[in-house]
Design a protein around this ligand. Sequence first.
Ligand SMILES: NC(=O)c1ccc[n+]([C@@H]2O[C@H](COP(=O)([O-])OP(=O)(O)OC[C@H]3O[C@@H](n4cnc5c(N)ncnc54)[C@H](OP(=O)(O)O)[C@@H]3O)[C@@H](O)[C@H]2O)c1
Length: 161
Amino acid sequence: MDLEAVLEEMNELVEEGKVKNIGVSNFTPEQLERAQDLSDTKILTNQVEYHPFLDQEELLEKCREMDVMLTAYSPLARGEVMKNEVLEEIGEKYGKSPAQVSLRWLIQQENVCAIPKATSEEHINQNLDVFEFELSEEEINRIRELKGEDRKVDPDFGPWN
Ligand SMILES: NC(=O)c1ccc[n+]([C@@H]2O[C@H](COP(=O)([O-])OP(=O)(O)OC[C@H]3O[C@@H](n4cnc5c(N)ncnc54)[C@H](OP(=O)(O)O)[C@@H]3O)[C@@H](O)[C@H]2O)c1
């Protein structure tokens, strides 16, 4: 894509008041930096896949340096977090499911927010019920150790479902 042209158009929409903030998706640290260089208004967020099984440390560092939010998509690894014993064990202490522990782990990190998708009312309510408990430093590090390269989405191919 012609990033310069797209951002120019998007900046115009911000100036006209039709768009509040600009965000990008599936951008590498280098692409994010380039986008901000080309944009007069601030890039608010970079939406990328992020969950306990996918390492995003390098990108997260760049986001923090640039004060950009990392919006975690597929934050439950498309439901796979439910099968993880470490997440289950940590959740038992708080009366929370592995999905809730994963979401809590994400949002407890600086500059991270998460957008889980759920179809049942039960899951939607569970996913909102993650603001009243706090993981310890030790638990955070235990979950960090689960990280790998387990991508659920190929960011080069859309549309997403
Ligand atoms: N920008 C991009 O390139 C991109 C790419 C992919 C996805 N996304 C966005 O990211 C959002 C979420 O990602 P996603 O749908 O790929 O994956 P996800 O949110 O990690 O996983 C969704 C799956 O988790 C289950 N689930 C939800 N809450 C649960 C809970 N509390 N306990 C147990 N299971 C639960 C859902 O089941 P039920 O349906 O039964 O509740 C569904 O099967 C979507 O809105 C999507 O648009 C963006």
